[in-house]
Design a protein around this ligand. Structure first.
Ligand code: SF4
Length: 487
């Protein structure tokens, strides 16, 4: 068969029709039809529950994540982490297939746990599910108890587990369920009346930016506050290249996590990815408990630092004050390039709240805001935040919509730029606007996961990225007489 014949389509579409549809999908008429869509999701702005669970399951010392379910799902989680962090993402899976779907996955789990324990000698094996065992109703409580009783894994090996069906919720809910389960498991029987470790438990939430995690730790160090990060994936997903592969390259120490129940205070820096974990902590942990917004921009970073100072009776160190002043200076210098610009923002609720706060501080307009699989509560909180500033006027918040909806918004009611993860690149390209990559996953640019977007330094990083891109566009597109040395 010639190459020409191989290319011939069964039902060829005339070029005229292709051009017509190409134009039509940019119209209000199409947008209306697109928004009336109910039974189909196109390019969702979220990942699976078990992917979120895996991020937590990875983030403890000697911990081997264990997927109970399909091999294909496990490959998707691992490859997404590997593409985002450009690091190996170790995890095992009991590879359920048709027989598991019919007879239940207990035998797969027994064999998988036994092999994984024998081969990789983990200190903990958190187990979480994909859709298949959830659909057939596998009973993880009984399965793991049986696995221990039958000697497939040692009785004393922590094997916390979480049900993480992806037909319900997103990666942030899987993160929450797994973190709660791990903390429940590790802190059991560890609470001692009157004991206080004097430490802060800091919970970053689902955050693919290891630079953010390091920034929280740096702030605590500068303020001389002892802390345990629950959970800390920074050294695992951002390990150095020293010629030796380490399967367990860091993470929160299990004994520190166990002791966290007797901490002086616990701060969660994401509200929506830690809701259930914080319910458990509220009920069981000693010390103060706070849920703060992610410290995007100056105001929200101030909030975190002042709260730390209050809880631990510390002065704000001069170094942080100087950093703040430099951030304000950098914002003033860059203000003219962001002021009045319109943005589309999408992502996880806690990230979106933070990004909007930052934009409002810069006098930029968040204009289309989209969060997938979110509740009315999220929508209300976002709207209330937008109402705090004149720059929030005219913005619409969309929940339970996807990035194909976002595309319709961008082409019918244009903005200057979009902020979100790599999945937004098609919509941004079709709309002819830049995509500023903040969120998870970022799989088409390098090292952005190492550059913090929280804290004073994060504000400087973000405004530098955004303002310089607008200046690049100006230089690349302006007519000769406007091509200036100075911008
Ligand atoms: S939606 Fe369910 S079946 Fe699909 S990859 Fe996620 S966990 Fe697996």
């Amino acid at each position: 068969m010639s190459a020409e014949a191989a290319k011939k389509l069964v039902t060829p579409t005339p070029q005229k029709e292709i051009d017509r549809v190409k134009e039509w999908i940019n119209t209000e008429d199409y947008k209306e039809k697109n928004f009336a869509r109910t039974s189909l999701v196109i390019n969702p702005a979220h990942a699976c529950q078990p992917l979120g669970a895996q991020m937590v399951a990875t983030a403890f010392e000697g911990s081997l994540p264990f997927v109970h379910g399909s091999q294909g799902c496990a490959s998707y989680f691992r490859s997404t982490f590997s593409r985002h962090y450009r690091e190996p993402a170790a995890a095992t899976c009991d590879a359920m297939t048709e027989d598991g779907a019919v007879f239940g996955g207990q035998n797969n789990l027994f064999e998988g746990l036994e092999n994984a324990y024998a081969l990789y000698k983990p200190k903990m094996m958190p187990v979480y599910t994909t859709c298949m065992p959830e659909v057939i109703g596998d009973d993880l409580t009984a399965f793991i108890k049986n696995a221990k009783q039958k000697g497939h894994i040692p009785e004393e090996l922590p094997a916390p587990y979480a049900n993480t069906p992806s037909f319900n919720g997103t990666h942030i809910h899987g993160y929450d369920a797994m973190l709660r389960s791990i903390l429940q498991n590790l802190t059991e029987g560890q609470s001692v009346e009157g004991k206080c470790t004097g430490k802060l438990n800091i919970i970053p939430g689902f955050d693919g930016n290891v630079g953010n995690l390091r920034e929280y730790k740096r702030i605590c160090d500068l303020m001389d506050i002892p802390y345990t990060m629950l959970a800390d994936a920074s050294d695992i997903f951002d390990s150095g290249c020293d010629g030796e592969y380490k399967l367990y390259a860091g993470g929160t120490k299990l004994e520190d996590a166990a002791e966290s129940i007797n901490g002086k205070a616990t701060i969660a820096l994401q509200k929506y990815s830690t809701a259930n974990t914080m319910k458990f902590i509220d009920a069981e942990y000693t010390g103060a408990k706070e849920v703060l917004p992610m410290p995007f921009g100056v105001k929200k970073t101030d909030e975190l630092i002042l709260k730390l100072a209050e809880l631990f009776d510390k002065e704000v160190p001069e170094e942080l004050k100087a950093e703040r002043a430099r951030a304000v200076d950098a914002m003033t210098d860059a203000h003219q390039y962001l002021h009045g610009k319109k943005f589309a923002v999408f992502g996880d609720p806690d990230y979106v709240i933070g990004i909007i706060s930052f934009l409002l501080e810069m006098g930029a307009h968040p204009y289309h805001v989209l969060v997938s699989r979110a509740t009315k509560k999220v929508k209300k909180e976002l709207e209330a935040l937008l109402e705090t500033s004149p720059y929030g006027e005219g913005c619409t918040v969309y929940v339970n919509k996807d990035l194909w909806h976002m595309r319709s918004l961008l082409v019918t009611d244009p903005v200057d730029g979009m902020i979100g993860d790599t999945h937004g690149k098609w919509a941004a390209r079709d709309a002819g606007i830049p995509l500023f990559r903040i969120g998870f996953p970022i799989i088409d640019r390098v090292n952005l996961h190492r550059s913090p977007v929280v804290g004073y330094q994060g504000a400087v990083n973000m405004l530098t990225m955004i303002a310089n891109k607008f200046l690049d566009i100006k230089d690349e597109t302006c007519e000769d007489q406007w091509f200036e040395m100075m911008r």
